[in-house]
Design a binder for this molecule. Structure first.
Ligand SMILES: *Cc1c(COP(=O)(O)O)cnc(C)c1O
Length: 378
């Protein structure tokens, strides 16, 4: 070990820190709990309506519909499209299993494809996967970044396909000024606790500018019941809890600061790590003016990735290999067929997510980056 390496002293920087995030605003959050419970306002109350209105205003969506979670958001959005059973949905293999699960439970067939150097779905790979059964292109707006939506929309127009986004990780991310979730028929958001806008349990939303899709999702998520209380179609229970909506509405008011801080951390990582040749970094915040990334995750590629992960652990730094190292086409139980996905396979030998969250201090950020540099002898 060289001098610098031994000079970096271990300190605890967990990959994520739920208790610390709660402690940052214990009083404000407790007040919301007391207020909502004091009113006994649990299901479909004003906090939900107000949060939906605030979310629509924030993103510029005509409709924002709170649902039980991000997976149900995709499921209900896809069902609203009323496609023939067995229609194919092209998605990145580098996505959470939820994207594929939702398509499957909507009676559709997930078709996983490769990703590009920025880890986003590769438009060329989409083109190669189109068959007569393809109906939907579903990019995952991964790690808080939008895919190349110009290329994807052009491809969809050429082949008369529907674009629908899994924007679970990308609330507030933009591409050419348009918010993630608004590039196609609908987009979905997750409020899972570790998401940038996280609640205290499960939560999700569907964003859409389409009145029919909005009405379908809203009705289907409440047992097929319309606004007059009549049962007008088959449905399920996939409502967003009013208490969660109240927390989310409150947290949305400071979301601008949260995005700013994340972008600052990403810029700092880029600054400290850009000259390490063993690494491939995510695009920096100012690298491409079309993109406004919110850095839900900071996913690097690294030589000797497994040793780096072990070394970081010794330095007190938590890190994660996304999806437990299994992109969709590697999950045997799903039995998905795809072409060989060499880029994704190669990427999964090297990818690692390092901590990026609001409980980190500036010196925590530097400790993570300096530990990585030390591992490579820099
Ligand atoms: C979190 C996530 C989901 C699922 O959201 P849940 O709210 O946990 O159901 C779907 N897709 C991606 C890419 C996600 O990161």
């Amino acid at each position: 070990m060289n001098m610098l390496a031994s000079a970096v002293v271990a300190r605890q920087v967990p990959f994520f820190d739920y208790p610390a995030l709660f402690e940052q605003d214990r009083a404000g959050l407790t007040q919301i709990f007391l207020d909502v419970c004091g009113r006994g306002a649990y299901i479909m109350q004003k906090d939900l309506r107000e949060f939906e209105a605030a979310l629509a205003a924030f993103t510029g969506a005509k409709h924002a519909i709170g649902v039980a979670d991000g997976t149900n958001a995709i499921l209900l959005g896809l069902r609203a499209l009323e496609l023939p059973a067995g229609s194919e949905v092209i998605m990145a293999s580098h996505t959470y299993v939820a994207t594929a699960n939702a398509a499957y439970f909507a009676g559709l067939v997930p078709v996983p494809v490769d990703c590009g150097p920025d880890h986003m779905i590769d438009p060329t790979a989409i083109r190669e996967a189109i068959t007569p059964k393809t109906r939907v292109i579903m990019p995952t707006q991964l790690n808080g970044r939008c895919a190349d939506m110009d290329a994807i929309r052009a491809l969809a127009a050429e082949h008369k396909l529907i674009v629908a986004e899994d924007a679970a990780q990308a609330l507030g991310a933009r591409f050419n000024g348009t918010h993630a979730g608004l590039f196609g028929a609908f987009g979905t958001i997750s409020f899972y606790p570790a998401k940038v806008l996280g609640c205290f349990g499960d939560g999700g939303a569907v964003l859409t500018n389409d009145d029919r899709i909005a009405a379908y999702v809203r009705t289907a998520a409440d047992h097929g019941r319309n606004e007059h209380g009549e049962f007008v179609m088959w449905g399920t229970n996939s409502r967003l809890d009013n208490l969660q909506a109240a927390f989310l509405k409150y947290k949305l008011t400071t979301y601008g600061d949260a995005m700013k801080r994340r972008r600052w951390i990403a810029a700092r990582y880029h600054e400290l790590l850009k000259e390490v040749p063993e690494l491939h970094l995510p695009p920096a915040p100012d690298a491409d003016k079309r993109h406004f990334d919110i850095y839900q995750n900071y996913e690097i590629e690294a030589d000797r990735r497994d040793s780096l992960k072990e070394y970081l652990k010794g330095m007190g730094v938590g890190s994660i290999i996304q999806w437990a190292g299994q992109p969709l086409h590697k999950i045997k139980a799903l039995g998905l067929s795809s072409r060989p996905l060499q880029k994704t396979d190669r990427m999964f030998e090297r990818c690692l997510m390092i901590p990026l969250h609001l409980a980190m201090s500036d010196s925590d950020v530097d400790h993570v980056a300096n530990s990585i540099r030390a591992f490579y002898g820099r």
